[in-house]
Design a protein around this ligand. Structure first.
Ligand SMILES: [Zn+2]
Length: 367
């Protein structure tokens, strides 16, 4: 299946200018693509299946901890070795399967703080090796999160890596300001709240420095977002701030009013109010991360299955139908893991609806 006439990008893992083309199309049509954290082949497959049935692109992303898990918790992570191996294993799995689902897939790595740069270097090295053989990087894009460092150091390190990624047609996501809550062991619950709202001039400084290297970057600019699902607290989502930054930068660049030069990323999408998501989409958000809600959905599918079939899942043999009846068809992982996948898929369809991206590849969405 070709979707060339809709967005003009191929199916399977896309890279470089195709990622830019997809994001520009999303921005123009005010939709975003869900970026879903995956930790196993099961969750990757559920993502691809959900995207195929929604007739929409998807961003499969892996965190540092997710990569370690993908490689296997039994492996030591000395010098980020397991995290690098897991990133490669997940990347190869996605590359082997994605094109058969007939949808474009952005393969992406999530938050990388300064202390995890060894992981980043390992992934970029894998991109370079893959590029030498196939003419494109293993991953479509990677995220750097130097938001804990000074503004200058954040920009300098991002420029350094964008230069390196550009040589292999890579794409960079960077973070500005701080996303509240906790992710991968970095706890931001006690940070000064002004850091949760990035100012337009800070976004401009990043845009100016990165655009000088390549157009292939996105900015995860903080607008009061929080990782995880929490009760509303002092920090409020203000996606209008993204519009202010677009206006400021368009003005600096001498672009016509209403231009949206920046492609923004929405972190901490789980549990966000639907109307705030819509405002974010109007202001140039092209990617929204979702993790906590899909984690819950996966577990909830397994939980419901176990709860319904509990009497059949207490031993290999013996259930209410007879003391010698076998229970294999209940405890076989393909039975209950599949229920997790189905529930995960359903939650993703809700995300596609929230992000205006259901059916954007043309044709009818099945769900
Ligand atoms: Zn995040």
């Amino acid at each position: 299946m070709s979707i060339a006439n809709v967005i003009g990008v191929p199916t399977g893992v896309i890279t470089g200018p195709d990622v830019k083309k997809l994001f520009d199309y999303a921005k123009k049509h005010h939709f975003a693509i869900p970026a879903v954290n995956c930790t196993s082949s099961s969750t990757v497959n559920a993502c691809l299946e959900a995207a195929r049935d929604a007739n929409s692109p998807i961003i499969v992303q892996v965190s540092n901890g997710g990569c370690q898990f993908y490689a296997g918790k039994g492996l030591k992570n000395t010098d980020q070795k397991a995290a690098i191996l897991g990133a490669i294993a997940a990347g190869l799995h996605v590359r082997a399967t994605a094109k058969h689902y007939g949808i474009p897939v952005v393969l992406h790595s999530d938050h990388c703080a300064k202390k995890l740069l060894g992981w980043f270097d390992g992934m970029v090295k894998a991109d370079e090796e893959y590029y030498a053989k196939h003419g494109e990087p293993l991953y479509s894009s990677h995220m750097l999160d130097l938001s804990e460092e000074s503004h200058k150091e954040n920009i300098d390190i991002c420029v350094h890596y964008l230069k390196r990624l550009t040589k292999v047609n890579g794409f960079l996501e960077m973070e500005l300001g701080i996303t509240g809550g906790e992710e991968d062991g970095v706890d931001n619950s006690n940070v000064d709240t002004s850091k949760f709202y990035t100012q337009p001039d800070e976004v401009w400084a990043v845009y100016e420095a990165l655009a000088a290297v390549s157009p292939n970057f996105t900015i995860a600019s903080a607008f009061g977002n929080v990782h995880g699902v929490y009760k509303p607290g002092n920090v409020k989502l203000q996606p209008e701030n993204l519009g202010l930054a677009q206006k400021y930068i368009a003005n600096k660049l001498g672009l016509p009013a209403g231009s949206q030069p920046v492609s923004f990323v929405f972190h901490g999408g789980s549990g966000s109010e639907k109307d705030k998501i819509q405002i974010a989409l109007q202001n140039g958000v092209v990617k929204m991360n979702i993790d906590t809600d899909t984690q819950w959905a996966y577990w909830n599918g397994v939980r419901k299955f176990e709860s319904k079939n509990r009497a059949f899942m207490q031993g290999q043999i013996g259930n209410p139908k007879g003391a010698d009846k076998p229970n294999k068809k209940f405890y076989d992982p393909r039975a209950w893991v599949r229920k997790g996948e189905e529930s995960f898929k359903e939650r993703l369809h809700e995300a596609y609806t929230d992000l205006n991206s259901k059916g954007v590849l043309g044709g009818k969405a099945k769900l």
